[in-house]
Design a protein around this ligand. Sequence first.
Ligand SMILES: NC(=O)c1ccc[n+]([C@@H]2O[C@H](COP(=O)([O-])OP(=O)(O)OC[C@H]3O[C@@H](n4cnc5c(N)ncnc54)[C@H](O)[C@@H]3O)[C@@H](O)[C@H]2O)c1
Length: 313
Amino acid sequence: MSGPDAVLVTGGAGFVGATLVRRLVASGHRVRVLDNLSTGAAAHLAGVDAELVEGDIRDAGTLDKALAGMGAVIHLAAAGSVVGSVQDPAGNFDVNVLGTFQVLDAARRAGIERVVQASTGGALIGDATPPVSERSLPKPISPYGASKLAGEGYAHAFAKTYGIRTVAIRFGNVYGPWCERKRGVLNVFFEAVHSGAPLVIYGDGTASRDYVHVDDISNALQLALEKDVPGGTVLHAASGVETTVKELADLCCQAAGAPGHPIEYRPKRAGEVGRNFASYDLAKEVLGYAPSVSREVGIPRTWKWFQDEVFRD
Ligand SMILES: NC(=O)c1ccc[n+]([C@@H]2O[C@H](COP(=O)([O-])OP(=O)(O)OC[C@H]3O[C@@H](n4cnc5c(N)ncnc54)[C@H](O)[C@@H]3O)[C@@H](O)[C@H]2O)c1
């Protein structure tokens, strides 16, 4: 299969990629993954009928080869850590801004019609009164958020200048299977409960996020790939539910059968947003997107995955 049904997924060996690639393959797409395996793993795609090309999105020649015969791109590859971007803003810029530019420019050279890119809600918009939406004014408060905004800017420009049908999907905080290499709060909490260490909360526990299951994010990405949407579109894919860090800690402990597990509070970290959750109204209107996995179902299901795949030894 070539043409629009053949999809290059950058960063497809990562956490979101592991679910997305399975979903695309199951839907009949031919999938090639370009990944430098810096935070991803070939094992994430074990047994999946997708081609894995090991290489870096910052290398134009690698991208040209990876795009041969492809009709569309889903661009997930990124340096995805807010804390990491505060520690190494130049490294974050290099992968997220320069890398995204290289992906778009290679898509232009290859005559690719559709590019869907992973963006972020909370980190890009900053401290705004939630729910945030496409109408919220972006004011990033971390280098990571700024890098994603720059990537959206280039995608919009390439849509208007070169006619590439770009769609940026701003994710909430994604959780679910294959997140074991991430330093996201949910797996940090799970590891703490498993090892018997206290759960560590930075700040007073009232900071909130929009936790969205990776199945819902993968659905949004596939809809953005397949539906007819104008180029330059930006959409939030979220749960629409505000969950405080303290509520999340309680949900994790309950899922693990350890209610009352100790919690330790430490000072708030730089670059992190206070309250955040998002409205997905436009994604619903434009893509027919709606979240299907509630936190009450998704968190216990993810704990079960950790028990089966990560904590089994
Ligand atoms: N996980 C979340 O909660 C979340 C929230 C908002 C946005 N996002 C975005 O979603 C996308 C996927 O995130 P994820 O959580 O799956 O992260 P991840 O780190 O698991 O996946 C990223 C993948 O990109 C690869 N990669 C990194 N740099 C690369 C490079 N220079 N060249 C080629 N491959 C490279 C990594 O090896 C990894 O497999 C990212 O763009 C991230 O910014 C994630």
